[in-house]
Design a protein around this ligand. Structure first.
Ligand SMILES: Cc1cc2nc3c(=O)[nH]c(=O)nc-3n(C[C@H](O)[C@H](O)[C@H](O)COP(=O)(O)OP(=O)(O)OC[C@H]3O[C@@H](n4cnc5c(N)ncnc54)[C@H](O)[C@@H]3O)c2cc1C
Length: 420
């Protein structure tokens, strides 16, 4: 049996774990609908809806092979948390990372995993080439494609073009980041968010529902480590927010008082360390998430409406709303294709009923022509997606050429990429 991190996607399939490329070929050619699982950190049924779930945890390919100063071939199925320290030993690093680093490189790029930073693209945009096993068992290298179409499609591919074996990634010299965290009024953050994105390497904020307060996080390049990371209160803070929500059931003013107290307890952070250690943390409290990438000019209005509707209709929600910005790129299925976007993410605890909340909020994103995170909850299908992605049909037709029998297309993916 296979289950994703949040526990909202299950498969009864016994998980196969090939350890060599030949074993993988045998699995891919013999199974009806094999789906590759990375670390299982997507919330959507990208993996679960399969005849067979395949894990490549034990597949050995190249481990770390530099092809020029800042271009390195990596085993695509290694976890980012293993790759970052290994790259650090070579004085190299990923340019940017998301909130966590337990994902596999292949899983992360396949859904356009991103961090935050006005000039920093999502991880997929850093892929220069891939080696991939097709449904037929043949292994191809995008370096052999003079048109550049294969890599434009493979950077964000939801695992429907083939199985990623190795990825050639653009890296940067190892760097240190200074992290500053502070609690500020929502109004001030809304007024200054674009200025803060412009003036810091990484900037993001969390809005705490019913508090009118945001937790602002800024990262800037530093020369060396400085100070010490405080104890990780993030997970504890979520329990505090849950307790405040429960007090709100007695009387709304109690929730506001509890949130005011919690925001006073939030310590301001200021320290520096190696980039990946500062950018990524552990998430111990399980949740389910919807995240849409909103055109920059619509971000403020969308966010205000999301906050207003959350507070008006969903008193049980207590997870913060996360807001980030990512630079544009050219990958065919990248939500950032064509220009930078502001990502707005809403969450509920894994055991809560998320459907009603997400159904209520999603139309706000859709009216703004926002694009969903491929790995996070959304209800879009073929007709919606073709209207959002200028290169959608090119992607679908290349997919059909590479996998004519639709081996990698589960029922869920057919609804997305083939339609009725
Ligand atoms: C706690 C938490 C925090 C998160 N934080 C962020 C964040 O900060 N930013 C962000 O953008 N996202 C974030 N996400 C979402 C997450 O990064 C993505 O959903 C990502 O795809 C998960 O990677 P994975 O290795 O778990 O892959 P999976 O979820 O297991 O798989 C994702 C897709 O990749 C495909 N795939 C995996 N391996 C291969 C392969 N070898 N070849 C071909 N296809 C393959 C799968 O078939 C599937 O389609 C978060 C998720 C969680 C649960």
């Amino acid at each position: 049996m296979w289950e994703n991190w949040a526990g909202n996607q299950l498969s009864q399939s016994h998980v196969l774990r090939p350890t060599s490329v030949d074993e993988l070929r045998q699995v891919i050619t013999s199974e009806k609908t094999p789906r590759i699982a990375g670390a299982g950190h997507s919330f959507t049924p990208l993996v679960a809806d399969a005849s067979r779930v395949v894990s490549l945890d034990g597949l050995s390919t190249v481990s770390l092979h530099p092809s020029s100063e800042n271009l390195v071939w990596l085993n695509a199925n290694r976890r980012l948390q293993e790759l970052s320290p290994a790259l650090g030993e070579h004085n190299l690093a990923f340019r940017n990372l998301g909130d966590i680093n337990v994902q596999t490189l292949a899983g992360a790029v396949s859904t356009a995993t991103h961090g935050t930073g006005a000039d920093l693209p999502c991880l997929s945009a850093e892929l220069q080439n891939v080696k991939m096993m097709l449904a037929s068992g043949e292994v191809i290298n995008s370096e052999d494609d003079p048109t550049g179409e294969l890599i434009a499609a493979a950077r964000v591919s939801l695992g429907v073009l083939g199985v990623l074996l190795e990825a050639q990634v653009t890296l940067v010299p190892k760097y240190y980041l200074r992290r500053r965290v502070e609690m500020r009024a929502l109004q001030d953050t809304l007024d200054r968010m674009h200025e803060l994105w412009a003036s810091h390497r990484n900037f993001e904020f969390f809005y705490i529902p019913w508090s009118q307060k945001t937790l602002r996080i800024r990262h800037d390049l530093a020369r060396e480590p400085m100070g010490k990371a405080p104890a990780d209160f993030d997970n504890l803070a979520v329990y505090g927010l849950r307790a405040a929500r429960s007090l709100g059931h007695l009387h709304p003013s109690l929730r506001r008082q509890a949130l005011a107290l919690l925001s006073m307890l939030q310590t301001e952070e200021d320290y520096a360390d190696e980039g990946w250690k500062v950018l990524c943390s552990q998430r111990n409290v399980r949740f389910v998430e919807m995240e849409y990438h909103v055109p920059t000019e619509a971000a403020r209005d969308v966010l205000m409406e999301v906050i207003q509707r959350t507070e008006a209709n969903h008193p049980d929600v207590y997870f913060p709303i996360e807001v980030r910005k990512t630079a544009g790129d050219t990958s065919w299925l990248s939500p950032f294709q064509g220009g930078s976007r502001v990502s707005v993410a809403i969450h509920t605890a894994a055991q809560q009923n998320f459907a009603e909340y997400f159904r209520d909020i999603e139309p706000i994103f859709r009216e703004a022509y926002a694009r969903p995170h491929w790995g996070k909850m959304h209800s879009l299908e073929f007709a919606d997606l073709e209207a959002l992605y200028p290169d959608f049909h090119r992607f679908c037709s290349l997919r059909e050429t590479l996998d004519p029998s639709g081996k990698f297309l589960s029922g869920y993916l057919q609804r997305l990429l083939v339609g009725g």
